[in-house]
Design a protein around this ligand. Structure first.
Ligand code: PNS
Length: 164
């Protein structure tokens, strides 16, 4: 049985992430979507519980998909949950350069782990959480870019901050 982990910030999950989750879940027996919890970083719009809640809501009907959060090194987390495959999505060459470096380092830190890449579907290749947040901040519609749970959370957040 192959247990794969799809790690990320997911701040918030967007349709490109969901596409990777769906496709990876068809390849691996068990897929854990692992949301990075980094208390030192205040760069996130949503805290880890909010990001996990969005992912949970979106993947609740997907067979073999679990959601978890992790802190520290991904290589150590992989050992803890006895997973052997890391799944990453690739949108462009710029992603590849960063991911190649991480794949080499993760393999050095945990030689039992292989990183696999899934090319993001063309229709989502221009979507990033950063751009989604930027668009939502100005009140524009992001319903073509993110699942409903993320859209509701973004609207709630920006209505609250703009009102306050
Ligand atoms: O969605 P992101 O922000 O591109 O995801 C990056 C993530 C979470 C996969 C990466 O930052 C990570 O693995 N962080 C955990 C810390 C770690 O293991 N760093 C060394 C990687 S070589």
């Amino acid at each position: 049985m192959v247990h794969a982990v799809y790690p990320g910030s997911f701040d918030p999950l967007h349709n490109g992430h969901l596409d990777i989750i769906r496709r990876a879940s068809r390849i691996y027996d068990r897929l854990t979507v692992a949301v990075l919890h980094n208390p030192l970083k205040d760069r996130y719009l949503f805290d880890v519980d909010e990001r996990v809640a969005i992912v949970r809501d979106v993947v609740k009907n997907l067979h073999g998909v679990e959601v978890d959060s992790f802190g520290g090194l991904l290589a150590d987390y992989m050992r803890r949950v006895e997973a052997t495959v890391i799944v990453k999505g690739l949108r462009a060459i710029s992603d590849f350069e960063v991911e190649l470096q991480m794949a080499h380092l993760n393999r050095q830190l945990n030689p039992n782990v292989e990183t696999t890449f899934i090319m993001t579907a063309t229709r989502w290749s221009y979507v990033s959480s950063t751009r989604v947040k930027e668009i939502a901040r100005y009140g524009a519609d992001v319903s073509k870019l993110v699942p409903g749970a993320a859209k509701r959370k973004l609207r709630e957040h920006f209505e609250r901050t703009l009102a306050g």
